[in-house]
Ligand binder design. Structure first.
Ligand code: ZN
Ligand code: ZN
Length: 123
């Protein structure tokens, strides 16, 4: 009895994993059809084997928001995609002012702000 329960459980896991990867592959394929195979940030072009480095970014960061017109998708290479999410994290932490975050970060130490922010939080 225990064995069949276990089999059932692992089937459920396998099914949900498969559903997830099918869904992911589904929107990636659509996005690749809609948009030129160019990174939206650095402008690198992708083709053939390289194409796996081109990923689909969700503009609103909601991976379940996949409108058919592709308005929530942006093709980014893995590096720029990483950057994009890193920037989002930093913006949420509030130590880079919105707008021109890059120049703000370059002109003063983000860690000084971070430190005072952490100290504020402790209170
Ligand atoms: Zn890029
Ligand atoms: Zn993304």
């Amino acid at each position: 009895m225990g064995k069949s329960d276990k089999d059932k459980a692992s089937k459920v896991v396998a099914d949900s994993l498969r559903a997830r990867s099918e869904r992911d592959a589904g929107y990636r394929e659509k996005a690749l059809k809609l948009y030129p195979h160019i990174c939206g940030r650095c402008g690198r072009e992708f083709s053939g084997k390289n194409l796996q480095e081109l990923t689909v970014h969700h503009r609103d960061h909601d991976h379940d928001n996949n409108p058919a017109d592709g308005s929530n998708w942006e093709l980014l290479c893995v590096y720029c995609h990483d950057n994009e999410h890193q920037r989002q994290v930093e913006a949420q932490q509030g130590y880079i002012s919105s707008g021109n975050g890059e120049s703000a970060a370059a002109t003063h130490s983000p860690f000084a702000d971070l430190k005072s922010m952490l100290e504020k939080k402790k209170k």
